[in-house]
Design a protein around this ligand. Structure first.
Ligand SMILES: *Cc1c(COP(=O)(O)O)cnc(C)c1O
Length: 367
């Protein structure tokens, strides 16, 4: 069946990004594949990352980790968002490493008496996951029923390399690790860096870097670090949709709900077969599509399943033609960064919110 929309994932781009990040990081690499691999497809990207040299996979949820294991991933997997009451027995049975950020979860895992593999998560200044107020009490725990494989934390401002908070977090990380050492706990794998830190802060690499967004070829922050292509990364996702309909309209034609836009000349409208239910942000006003070698801006409000672009009076586009919503920008098309800017958001949100109605196709980009 022909699709009305598709996200084309260039697997060669992801493989190239992994080898580049491994080289930059200089240590083992954990490929972050949470949230359906940032919208690129959990299992496909997990297996691809393994094949392309990733040493670890990382996910937020236990069910993501189990899905990777049941589909044949063999490298170590770390899952870091397991609240008390999670199925730690299944995690152990599937050989999944789990993050521990509270005494409650630590005790649940210890009670299994399995010597389960854990990574101690530290709050060094992110103010999100990790030990903070329970730390001193935690240091008095009985560690005999677990295998402490790792210790890790997460940067809040790695995309602003000159921010003193980065140094503060690094110092705090080292001092908490010393406190563990003082009670005889020396986790072999220390890890702190996300994509932004991997690219800018070599002193924070420790034994493993955890790269998400950069592996997909996107910059962690285009304003502070430049675009993905300026970082020599390759954007892996190209999003396309068909023009459901192309029609000529006279000047003065209202378009869409609320008639927020009215054509100011005789022109051609293209109705694109994707909408906010598929992840096209309703707030985006200054983005559009790329078709016949040029950009066509959005006109009117984005609807649930479709949106309208102004193809211009001379357009030769026809109903059924493909329009590129975003790609790597090399041909002049909009990028995920352009859509993010148009939506007051970040490229992470653009790619992770591409909806389940959009098939992921593992093939090179087309124009
Ligand atoms: C999501 C996440 C990452 C990856 O962050 P990027 O900015 O995409 O590289 C790394 N570590 C943890 C704990 C995360 O939650």
């Amino acid at each position: 069946m022909e699709h009305r929309s598709e996200a084309r994932i260039d697997t060669a781009a992801i493989a190239a990004n992994i080898s580049r990040l491994k080289k930059i990081g200089g240590v083992d690499l954990l490929a972050v594949v949470k949230a359906d691999a940032y919208g690129h497809g959990l299992v496909e990207i997990g297996l691809l990352a393994e094949k392309s040299g990733a040493d670890w996979l990382g996910v937020a949820l236990l069910e993501e980790a189990i899905s990777l294991r049941t589909h044949g991933v063999r490298i170590p997997i770390l899952a870091w968002l397991l609240p008390p009451g999670s199925d730690f027995r299944s995690a152990y049975n599937h050989d999944i490493d789990v993050a521990v950020a509270s005494i409650a979860t630590f005790n649940e895992i210890g009670a299994l008496k399995t010597k389960a593999r854990i990574h101690i998560e530290l709050d060094t200044g992110m103010g999100r996951g990790g030990f903070l107020d329970e730390w001193n009490e935690f240091l008095e725990s009985d560690f005999s029923h677990v295998d402490v494989v790792g210790v890790f934390s997460h940067f809040a401002r790695a995309d602003e390399p000159l921010e003193p908070q980065n140094t503060d977090q690094l110092l705090r990380f080292n001092s908490m690790i010393s406190e563990l050492a003082a009670i005889g706990i020396n986790p072999p794998i220390k890890h702190l860096s996300n994509s932004a830190a991997t690219l800018t802060n070599h002193g924070a690499a420790f034994d493993l870097v955890r790269t998400g967004i950069a592996m997909y070829g996107l910059s962690p922050d285009v304003t502070t670090l430049g675009t993905g292509s300026s970082l020599e990364l390759k954007a892996a996702m190209q999003l396309r949709a068909k023009l459901h309909l192309v029609k000529k309209v006279p000047s003065g034609s209202p378009v869409g709900y609320g008639a927020t836009d009215v054509t100011t000349r005789d022109t051609t409208l293209g109705i694109v077969a994707m909408g906010y239910a598929d992840g096209i942000p309703r707030i985006a006003k200054s983005a559009g599509v790329f078709i016949d070698g040029k950009r066509a801006p959005i006109i009117g409000r984005v609807s649930m399943d479709q949106f309208v672009v102004d193809l211009g009076p001379d357009s030769t586009a026809k109903s059924g033609d493909w329009a590129v919503i975003f790609g790597d920008g090399r041909q002049g098309e909009y990028t995920a960064d352009d859509w993010a800017a148009a939506s007051l958001s970040i490229n992470y949100e653009i790619v992770t919110r591409i909806g389940p109605r959009v098939p992921r196709i593992y093939a090179p980009h087309v124009y």
